[in-house]
Design a protein around this ligand. Structure first.
Ligand SMILES: [Zn+2]
Ligand SMILES: [Zn+2]
Length: 176
């Protein structure tokens, strides 16, 4: 049994059953319209370090944000993949309601560093604890119905549809 898919990804995540385990969920993103080509979106700080291009949490005003989305290149629908005020351990268990009400800064589009295109295929992985550990640590918050929402780590990899560059790990984020 692979790690369960968090609710906000249910309609767009295609699980790779071969690579997934009880503690790790691997898969790709597919729009309801069946397209697998997206414009990756982010509220984060894009960094280049020794040839690697990736995102880090960014401070806007007095608040820190790490938000990843994907806009379908075919039908234009925008999907939210991760927001650290809502998803994962800190977002799901520890965030207070006030932070969630803060207006999110607008998305920026991820641009391929080789060719400048914005269309990509998107793969995603999530790591988390088993149900018993999650319920023990999540005490009053987590239940058997939602313990997997408090996952501990997320990665997002994008591969450019235009030049094939990638996969580029744009986010590698611990949520606790
Ligand atoms: Zn679509
Ligand atoms: Zn490219």
């Amino acid at each position: 049994m692979p790690y369960p898919t968090p609710k906000h990804l249910k309609d767009l995540f295609v699980t790779d059953r071969k690579d997934s385990t009880e503690h790790e969920l691997h898969g790709t993103v597919r729009c309801g319209c069946s397209s697998e080509t997206f414009h990756p979106l982010y509220v984060a700080n894009r960094v280049e370090d020794r040839g690697q291009h990736f995102l880090q949490v960014v401070e806007v005003g007095e608040q820190w944000f790490c938000r990843i989305g994907a806009r379908c290149a075919s039908c234009g629908r925008e999907h939210l993949l991760f927001d650290d005020h809502f998803h994962g351990w800190n977002g799901y268990v520890c965030t207070d309601a006030q932070v969630r009400l803060i207006q999110r800064p607008p998305f920026q589009e991820w641009v391929c560093h080789k060719c400048g295109a914005t269309t990509h295929r998107v793969a995603l992985s999530i790591q988390g604890e088993d149900i018993d550990s999650a319920l023990t640590e999540g005490e009053d918050t987590l239940t058997e119905a939602d313990w997997f929402e408090a996952f501990g780590w997320i990665t997002v990899d994008v591969t450019c549809s235009a030049c094939g560059c990638g996969p580029t790990r744009i986010i590698d984020h611990e949520t606790m």
